[in-house]
Design a protein around this ligand. Structure first.
Ligand SMILES: [Zn+2]
Length: 250
């Protein structure tokens, strides 16, 4: 069966000296993998028709479900050229691609997820160069998947302070509860909690990138969100840290 799909590459790998395997997120067919035969040849018709972070129209022969399908044709629809010239924005887009790749099951159709990915990539073109963007995007991602951290009052007893953060508890916990339950906790100073609360409510990164954050606040945000993302999405932390340290270290 030939399938036509709107698709964005999540990752690609060499298959032979001339061919490539591309993992895509598609609008109507979920995450699929295709073989692009001859994609690395100088005159390949695939050249320039697909690119990381860009939306293409993909035509492929679907074999049995979850198999490696064979790409037939590909046409670039929307390349998102900012990521070629803006290194920091590209790092943000790489992290988003890895995030969607690692958390999306194969061939589970979910058009809303595809649209959410496109929305985040479009925003990353404009805001991805700001380190605040990824923090905001992670909160959005959690919210989308129904794992928004509870940043209000203590998740155990509803006390309003003083609060620390526990990924296991799904949000903030007060000091007595953290002692009583022996939950692993992370420091979450009031100023950092205020930032997280404001960004969680913001449905656009504009507010987040306007918030000036100190190196210390950035550190807490990274530790807290890192623990939360790992807990809920089982992310490979080394991958996340590599991309994020690249963004934050300079
Ligand atoms: Zn409590």
């Amino acid at each position: 069966m030939i399938i036509k799909a709107t698709a964005i590459p999540l990752a690609y790998y060499p298959y032979s000296s001339t061919s490539r395997i591309v993992h895509w997120l598609t609008r109507h067919h979920g995450k699929v993998s295709t073989l692009l035969k001859g994609a690395l040849r100088p005159k390949s018709p695939f050249l320039g028709e697909y690119e990381l972070f860009g939306t293409s129209e993909l035509l492929y022969f679907a074999k049995r479900p979850h198999a490696l399908h064979t790409a037939k044709e590909c046409a670039m629809l929307h390349p998102r050229n900012t990521f070629r010239i803006d290194w920091r924005a590209m790092q943000a887009a790489s992290y988003l691609s890895a995030l969607f790749s690692q958390t999306t099951p194969d061939e589970a159709p979910h058009p809303g997820l595809f649209e959410f990915f496109e929305e985040l990539l479009d925003l990353a073109e404009e805001y991805g160069r700001f380190p605040q963007f990824i923090h905001w995007a992670e909160l959005r991602f959690c919210d989308y998947h129904g794992h928004a951290p509870n940043l209000g009052s203590c998740t155990q007893c509803n006390a309003t302070g003083p609060l620390a953060f526990s990924a296991t508890a799904g949000g903030v916990v007060c000091t007595p509860c953290s002692k009583k339950t022996k939950l692993p906790i992370l420091a979450c100073p009031p100023d950092v909690l205020a930032i997280l609360r404001a960004w969680q409510k913001a449905d656009h990164p504009q507010l987040a990138v306007k918030t000036a954050i100190s190196a210390k606040q950035q550190f807490h945000l990274s530790v807290i969100e890192g623990a939360f993302m790992q807990h809920h999405f089982n992310l490979n932390p080394s991958h996340r840290d590599a991309i994020r340290s690249g963004m934050e270290g300079s």
